[in-house]
Ligand binder design. Structure first.
Ligand SMILES: [Zn+2]
Length: 72
């Protein structure tokens, strides 16, 4: 004979709403970080480079080729 067992369904807690005012600074911070990273991977070489040596370019060289950016 089958017995039915009632298992209480756990009630999920309501998802708290995050105000936009708290998200904007982190979004700006992340956006600036991505732009700086894209600069160093994509543009930092040659006459337009910030650093005169090729250390940064060589450090991100594989990422540059992985992203399909022109290099050499
Ligand atoms: Zn290259």
């Amino acid at each position: 004979m089958m017995q039915s067992v009632s298992v209480p369904i756990p009630q999920s807690a309501p998802i708290p709403a995050i105000p936009v005012r708290e998200i904007v600074p982190w979004a700006v911070f992340g956006g600036v970080g991505v732009i700086v990273l894209l600069y160093f991977v994509g543009v930092e070489q040659g006459a337009a480079s910030i650093f005169s040596n090729t250390l940064v370019h060589e450090f991100v060289h594989d990422a540059r080729h992985l992203a399909g950016l022109p290099c050499h």
